[in-house]
Design a protein around this ligand. Structure first.
Ligand code: PRP
Length: 182
């Protein structure tokens, strides 16, 4: 697996610092309020787990699976809900937790989708943002860091479902994905 990696873009230490900063801010902002994190699977899995462990106030969580991609790697510009949340959010403060915001399509769709359940508020927490790729404007309330438009994997992010288990954010060698991504 490591032989496919061109370079480490974001180290474990940088990720840990980022998660602690976001968790501290969320804990402060939602003190005394009912908070539910909704993680967007599968990419969020590791970030969500780290965030939960660093939040110091009572918090519930659920997950939702949405896909903007078909069988290939090119975005179809259409969102499908594959697994809905299994937790009540009506009247509660929701934070959608995403590993990556790219075009913004997924988060825009999910924000509207979850609002139909009448939560008290819906905010967005994203680990990594590729602002240069944005097509649908979205307000990110809690952002880890901006990253360049490079094909990254690790810390939950995949290429063809692989490399999610790399502990750091890595850039793959071009020959691994050449001609397969937009
Ligand atoms: C990725 C990522 C976001 C979405 C962002 O998910 O985890 O959910 O794409 O892209 P957008 O801003 O252009 O909508 P993906 O569909 O690859 O599924 P995964 O989380 O299972 O990897």
């Amino acid at each position: 697996m490591l032989e496919d990696v061109k370079k480490v873009l974001i180290s474990r230490d940088e990720i840990n610092d980022m998660v602690k900063r976001l968790a501290n801010q969320i804990s402060e902002d939602y003190e005394g309020r009912q908070l539910v994190l909704i993680g967007v699977m599968k990419g969020c899995l590791i970030f969500l787990a780290d965030l939960l462990r660093n939040i110091t106030i009572p918090v519930e969580f659920g997950t939702i699976t949405a896909s903007s991609y078909g069988s290939g790697t090119v975005s179809k510009g259409q969102i499908t809900i594959i697994n809905d949340i299994d937790i009540a959010i009506e009247g509660k403060n929701v934070i959608i937790v995403e590993d990556l915001v790219d075009t913004g399509l997924t988060l825009n769709y999910l924000k509207d989708f979850l609002r139909l359940r009448k939560p008290k508020s819906v905010s967005i927490c994203v680990a990594f943002d590729k602002p240069s790729r944005r097509k649908n404007p979205i307000d990110v309330d809690y952002k880890g860091m901006d990253i360049p438009d490079e094909f990254i994997v690790g810390y939950g992010l995949d290429f063809d479902e692989k490399y999610r288990n790399l502990p750091e954010i890595c850039v793959l060698k071009e020959e691994i994905y050449d001609g397969l991504i937009d």
